[in-house]
Design a protein around this ligand. Structure first.
Ligand SMILES: Nc1ncnc2c1ncn2[C@@H]1O[C@H](COP(=O)(O)OP(=O)(O)OP(=O)(O)O)[C@@H](O)[C@H]1O
Length: 287
């Protein structure tokens, strides 16, 4: 899968941070109970159908898990939602707007972000530099467009506001003490925290996490989960793709099961765990 950073789009750039309850941003917009709606998505690669009519909704403020046996279409669905891939047909709606086929950064600027692995070249930069990078570029775009008298004061104000927000987010994730550490020297778990911290800087309403616990030791996994639950309690919405069934069942209140590119069933963990079709799909799915 290609991992690229959400870039910049000056027209779409989110406004600077406001006064969310965690002081991490303006906080989620609560205009709809289901910010993400996926309708009849299809995607084939040559003769292989990866997603075959997937439809589901994600409730605002929920921690929703997307599971399924190997090859069920989870990653492809994730990539279709976040703009990494364009569907052959079907729609993705976010906060009432059709975002199907938009670029990842355009979708991110609308408030739905996925975490991105820290690219190898960013390993030579410190945690703080990594944090400053993405949002700074957005503001830089704006500056580039408006070289007018008086703009310098604006930029200085934006820069200091950004820095303040960066420290708030680093503090929230308990990684402020490693701000000067090179990203390349971080442990797997610390990297995951940094990836999530970077995503949060864009002031999203919804975060999509693809295997956020892969390669993370149990202590950091617990910390990551605590952060996710804390953010969820603030109203942020999460969609989580994860192989660890136990983790999904213990932490998600709603679980969507994909099988052969479409939704096999969805419900709360107890319903999903005891569903005959799900058990059969997993037994036949070589998990
Ligand atoms: N770029 C691609 N080219 C060809 N086939 C692909 C491509 N991406 C996915 N597929 C195929 O589409 C199907 C669904 O794959 P996908 O990775 O979305 O499933 P998944 O549920 O994420 O699987 P896993 O749990 O193994 O990661 C599989 O048969 C896979 O081989």
């Amino acid at each position: 899968m290609s991992e690229t950073d959400p870039g910049t789009d000056a027209d779409d750039a989110p406004e600077p941070a406001g006064s969310g309850s965690l002081d991490l941003g303006t906080g989620p917009d609560i205009s709809s109970d289901y910010p993400l709606r996926v309708e009849d998505l299809h995607k084939s690669f040559g003769g292989i159908t990866a997603v075959d009519g997937a439809s589901f909704e994600v409730e605002r403020g929920s921690l929703t898990g997307l599971i399924g046996p190997n090859g069920a279409g989870k990653s492809t669905t994730f990539n279709l939602i976040t703009g990494m891939l364009t569907p052959d047909s079907g729609t993705v709606t976010f906060d009432g707007a059709d975002v199907t086929g938009l670029e990842p950064h355009q979708i991110a600027n609308r408030g739905m972000v996925r975490t991105f692995q820290i690219a190898r070249e960013l390993g030579d930069m410190t945690v703080l530099e990594n944090m400053m990078l993405a949002p700074k570029a957005q503001r830089g775009e704006r500056l580039w467009r408006s070289v007018t008298p008086g703009v310098r004061d604006d930029v200085i104000a934006q820069e200091s506001e950004l820095l303040e927000r960066v420290w708030e987010v680093l503090d929230f994730f308990d990684i402020a003490h490693i701000a000067e550490e090179y990203a390349g020297n971080l442990s797997g778990g610390q990297r995951k925290l940094l990836e999530m911290a970077r995503a949060l800087l864009t002031d999203p309403d919804m975060l999509l996490l693809d295997e956020p616990f892969a390669g993370v030791n149990p202590t950091l996994e617990k910390r990551l989960l605590e952060h996710i639950h804390e953010l969820r309690e603030q109203g942020y919405t999460f969609l989580l793709v994860e192989h660890d069934m136990d983790l999904i069942m213990k932490n998600c209140e709603h679980v969507i099961v994909l099988h052969q590119g479409r939704v096999l069933m969805e419900g709360d963990p107890e319903e999903v765990k005891s569903n005959e079709d799900v058990i059969e799909a997993y037994l036949g799915g070589n998990v």
